[in-house]
Design a protein around this ligand. Structure first.
Ligand code: UD1
Ligand code: UDP
Length: 374
């Protein structure tokens, strides 16, 4: 029996780890699974735990409004210590590149427990973009024994840093999650609300944005670009706003009163995927949304200067547009006014996974621990 401790804390980590937790829990003869949430996010984490029916064994409940990186880091590392002592896992599994990811890996290292890193090997090559996630990824890779790379490109990035053992290309478990939800919706699952606030007969654009390196002038520029798009009579923008005060303040100031814009609270995962399926275009700076778009056949404009997810950009279904207001407006207009170009970007393809990443991760953990024990 392999004792596996999952440590996560934010919305995207939960979306990408809950399918893995559920898969391991479906094989109780092989895996004993415990879940520790730091609750670096509180409301946005709980929304995902509900969707997947995952109940944490340890809930550190650490989120503070407006938390700084140093505050989160120090609180998470200190609070994980008693969990590691009580759980005594064979392996700790973390995901991605958040403060919780790095702290989970560091705490496991301090307790001499092996780390498995889901979605390993993403790199922009620039420590400031995304900030602080690129450093979190590099440091987590240095600590981890098992590296679950979503793509061959991510595996190559790890090898280029001298990592020679423990790399397994699994696909991204976020694609397991989105395919599960897509199938539930296709089977007729009802979505609360049914979007009565969105006018029919207009092109709906779904927006999300929250990156720390854009806070300040770049975020204002993003909002001004969106405001200009919203002047078009043929569009309606729907924007579920991240709860970070650095996001909520400029968004409500610059977009709150516009007639063609609907601002929403963060959505549960099922309605969010439903909305993405209804959108004609998605404009985002999110990592997870960039990966989900191709699986749902949606064109994505990414409001960042660099991306660590080049596969869909190379395939032509995701385009990097930066944070300049004029560029965001022009790139969106190009697609809205040019159905052929929009159709070219609307191709369904799966560069990030086939929906079976959780199975491959489970297999790799099993082989690693059993080989270590022999
Ligand atoms: C974090 C991650 C980022 C990830 C993002 C996903 C770090 C450094 N950043 O950024 O990599 O892409 O999550 O969304 O780990 N808040 C709430 N309720 C919530 C969630 C957040 O009120 O449910 C507010 C709080 O004021 C909190 C703030 O948002 O202090 C910022 O949260 P934090 O986790 O520090 O950073 P994010 O910007 O969300
Ligand atoms: N998402 C959601 N509700 C929302 C906005 C996004 O469930 O209102 C999901 C989205 O489908 C994706 C994930 O949250 O799976 C992305 O999270 P976020 O953008 O916060 O983080 P990132 O992926 O950039 O780290």
């Amino acid at each position: 029996m392999i004792k596996t401790l999952f440590v996560f804390g934010t919305r995207p980590e939960a979306i990408k780890l809950c399918p893995v937790v559920s898969h391991l829990r479906s094989i109780p003869a092989l895996f004993h699974v415990e879940v520790c949430v730091t609750a670096q996010h509180r409301a946005m984490l709980d929304q995902v735990l509900d969707v997947f029916g995952v109940q944490p064994d340890y809930d550190l409940d650490l989120m503070q409004p407006g938390q700084t990186l140093s505050q989160s880091t120090s609180r998470i590392v200190a609070s994980l210590e008693p969990v590691m002592r009580a759980s005594r896992p064979d392996i700790v599994v973390v995901q991605g590149d958040t403060t919780t990811t790095l702290c989970g890996a560091l705490s496991a290292f301090y307790h001499q427990v092996a780390v498995g890193h889901v979605e390993a090997g993403l790199r922009t090559g620039d420590l400031l973009q995304p900030f602080p996630e690129e450093l979190n990824r590099v440091l987590t890779s240095r600590i981890s024994a098992l590296h679950f790379a979503a793509t061959e490109g991510a595996a190559r990035n790890l090898r280029a840093e001298g990592i020679s053992a423990g790399i397994v290309v699994t696909g991204n478990s976020g694609i397991d999650a989105v395919m599960w939800i897509r199938d539930r919706l296709a089977a007729g699952e009802a979505v609360p609300g049914q979007w009565s606030e969105i006018p029919s007969g207009k092109k709906m654009i779904l927006v999300t944005a929250h990156r720390r390196e854009s806070f300040g002038p770049a975020f204002e520029s993003i909002c001004m670009g969106l405001a200009r798009i919203a002047q078009r009579p043929d569009v309606h923008i729907v924007y579920p706003v991240h709860r970070n005060p650095n996001v909520m303040d400029p968004v409500s100031r610059l977009l709150g009163d516009l007639p063609n814009v609907t601002l929403l609270e963060p959505l549960d995962y099922v309605p969010f995927i439903d909305l993405m399926q209804r959108a004609c275009l998605v404009i985002t700076d999110s990592g997870g949304v960039q990966e989900e778009g191709p699986s749902l056949g949606k064109p994505i404009l990414v409001m960042r200067e660099k991306t660590e997810r080049p596969e869909a950009v190379e395939a032509g279904t995701v385009r990097l547009v930066g944070t300049d207001a004029r560029r965001i407006f022009e790139e969106a207009s190009l697609l809205l006014d040019n159905p052929e170009e929009c159709a070219r970007m609307s191709r369904v393809h799966n560069p990030y996974g086939d929906g079976r990443a959780s199975e491959r991760i489970a297999g790799a953990i099993h082989s690693f621990i059993t080989e270590k024990g022999t």
